[in-house]
Design a protein around this ligand. Structure first.
Ligand code: AMP
Ligand code: MG
Length: 390
């Protein structure tokens, strides 16, 4: 056993990790239907006016607002019309919502404001119920700015200027390893004294949700050379190498030794519960994070430290707004020297702790998210807490 040195506080560890992260520089050109939730790589200026022509915002009559008295209806303009009547004095044309205004017209009178005899209840004002050409987006105006998250509305805006593809940041590439001689892949036959690897699937889902391109790797044995080879090889072609298992200080916990041999250790050991053995460092250009193998520790650490790290690498903003405010359903006693991350279940705006013990994946599976309890704090039932969804 090689005991931990001084442990970092949770905030300090997170800051150190985020401070070491650099947003991916790689850019790719991809179709809009693969772009949702991605990050725009560069400014995009509109190549044209939207709308490209003055159009009616109502079903009604296109008119010349300067005319007086009843109008003579001389035509009909549906959306998509390509031939437009030219309005002379005293003339109007029926027009559909979205249809182009005919030459001569400068206003639209709504159907409900028109009478049978061609007169109108209210005299039309110039420009009424008309979208001028370029009124939504003028040619040259910004459609996207570098760093914008590609939301559904922004993707629609890109499509509205006629583009089918967009330049976006590449997803951070994450190599995902589990380690431990006892591990067996799900789908294989159960074997006595071995356990199924659950971390790979849990972490894969979490990483993908935060914008990573995940490359799951075969489980590693508890052997220094194998761990070193894996770190070295994976670091060459990934932005982040994430391991679970073997991160603690037991004789067979060799990830820290492998990391030290192949690169540098940023920190090892954080004052959190669960997940104290958290390990971070780098090998070449790649960041390396070693999670403890215990599934609750691995998921807890991943939610708190790795999710924001991946978002930082991806160029995505912090996801703090995903937290839900709730009132605590029971008293919670913190730990004197560990920041506690407690799984909770949400029920009608109240948060109930589900923690059963650090090995119990069911205490997480039955929870909706976690709350943080600072070192030494005691939270009384009824206190307002932020529940961070898994
Ligand atoms: P370790 O961090 O390697 O000391 O592992 C702590 C505990 O987590 C042990 O009981 C391991 O068997 C278990 N464990 C390690 N890796 C995994 C994994 N990928 N899936 C499920 N359990 C694991
Ligand atoms: Mg182990």
């Amino acid at each position: 056993m090689r005991p931990f040195g001084a442990l970092l506080g949770a905030d300090e560890a997170k800051a150190k990790l985020l401070g070491a992260a650099r947003r991916v520089q790689r850019v790719e050109d991809a179709p809009l239907d693969a772009a949702w939730g991605r990050v725009a790589a560069e400014d995009l200026a509109s190549p044209l006016d939207v709308p490209g022509f003055a159009r009616s915002t109502m079903d009604g009559y296109a008119v010349r607002s300067a005319d007086a008295g009843p109008r003579r209806v001389v035509g009909e303009i549906p959306a998509g019309a390509t031939v437009l009547p030219k309005l002379g004095p005293g003339e109007a044309a029926r027009i559909a919502t979205g249809a182009p205004l005919p030459p001569g017209a400068d206003a639209v009178v709504r159907v409900e404001d028109a009478r049978e005899d061609g007169s109108f209840r209210v005299a039309p004002k110039p420009g009424q119920f008309v979208d001028a050409a370029g009124s939504d987006l003028a040619r040259g105006a910004p459609v996207l700015r570098a760093g914008d998250v590609l939301t559904p509305a922004r993707l629609g805006l890109v499509a509205s200027v006629g583009l089918a593809r967009v330049r976006m940041l590449a997803k951070p590439r994450v190599a995902l390893f589990s380690s431990g001689d006892e591990l067996l892949s799900p789908g294989k036959e159960a074997q006595p004294l071995r356990i199924f690897d659950s971390n790979t699937i849990t972490l894969r889902a979490l990483l993908a949700r935060e914008g990573a391109e995940v490359f799951p790797q075969p489980a590693l044995p508890d052997e220094l050379d194998a761990l070193r080879d894996a770190l070295r090889a994976a670091a060459r072609s990934h932005d982040l190498v994430l391991t679970s298992g073997g991160a603690s200080v037991g004789a067979r916990d060799l990830v820290v030794d492998a990391l030290r041999a192949e690169g540098e250790v940023l920190f090892h050991g954080v004052r959190v519960k669960p997940g104290k053995p958290l390990l971070a460092g780098r090998v070449g250009e790649a960041l390396v994070v070693g999670l403890p193998g215990n599934p609750t520790s691995a998921l807890s650490n991943a939610s708190i430290f790795v999710a924001p790290l991946v978002r930082r690498l991806a160029g995505l903003p912090d996801a703090a707004e995903r937290a839900t405010r709730a009132s605590l359903g029971a008293d919670v006693r913190g730990e004197p020297d560990r920041h506690l991350f407690l799984p909770v279940r949400l029920e009608a705006g109240r948060a109930f702790p589900t923690f059963k013990g650090s090995g119990a994946l069911t205490s997480l599976a039955s929870s909706d998210g976690w709350i943080g309890v600072p070192e030494g704090a005691t939270l009384a039932a009824g206190a307002q807490v932020d529940v961070h969804g898994w």
